[in-house]
Design a protein. Sequence first.
Length: 392
Amino acid sequence: MEATREERRERRDRRLKKSREAAYGGFDYSLLLITFCIIGFGMLMIYSASSYSAQVKYDDSTFFLRRQAINVLIGCVAMLAATKFNYRFFIKPFTALRIRLVQVLFLIAVALQALVLFQSGALNGANRWLKIGPISFQPAEFSKVAVILLVAYYLCSIPPKFVEWKRMLRIFLPVAIPLGLVAKEDLSSAIVMFFTAWITCVIVARKKWPYMALFGAGGLFAYLYVFYLGKGFRAERIEIWKNPESHPKGAQIVHGLYAIASGGIFGSGLGESMQKLGFLPEPYNDMIFSVICEELGLVGAGLVILMFILLCWRIYLIAMRAPDLFSSLICVGVLVHIALQALINIAVVTNTIPSTGIPLPLISYGGSSVIFMMAEIGIVLGISARTGIESR
């Protein structure tokens, strides 16, 4: 009888161990599947939204689709490399100066962002691209990744006994450098970087009031920058947002709203958008959500939002099960980054906020955005795999 009890206890322990490993262990294939579902849907919508423009400009309806396919392939390589990379090497000293990889990446981000200021050839009133030989990319996307890693590192390395406002200054004084450089030409990306760092800190902070004060100061600076220090196309965007119908440059917003309204519940059908036929400039970029609404209706738009909710939910679960605070905060930063960009893009398309130039994550056409965001998700996937190893 006693032997039977022991056997039952062993079988129960084995079942508990297997269930624990199933819940906490192993590579998160669900996150990988959701990511590629969003990317695949984005490729489909890029072709649908860009086929007319590509045929007119380049006599090739698949021009933008093929270019995005190359970007996605590069992103897959970046994601695979990030998945295999052990996140602990970001904070491991590797020189006699005790400098860490996360700090090196941050300095590279600052240097690249400074180089943008010396580039010529502004686009739409701002120069966001850095050209190095045949390669051109947006350093702001790299800066977002660097800020996520740096904030996670500082939140782990600064002792909890620090007074909260001193802790905040230790984090945001270095972060202010790339924020200022990015805001010079790309205020929307600077806002995303600020809120990504700010929300991550608020989640960890014991006392919230210093961050509330910082939020107020940041809002005041943004207001002064747009209306007094940053006169030009940024102030013009405010005027377009307030009166898109009467402003000469408000056609993009107006036609985007026409597209959303004409889609109804089920849409006009895939490939049947009318606003992409020369009415919406570059409908495959920031305004792609309006084409989704027109062709797939409220149902299609709801499915897109649901996919992003599922993506963020999987990252949240990985953050909760992460083996240490540093990896958990990396996941939080990536989650906030993706959620913010999706929310801001949809708000711009619906004219809830002024135009910002923020792409819809993993869906809008663009190489820098999709490559670096896939790399971020790769880091999260690598953390999920190592969570399984730690839980055994």
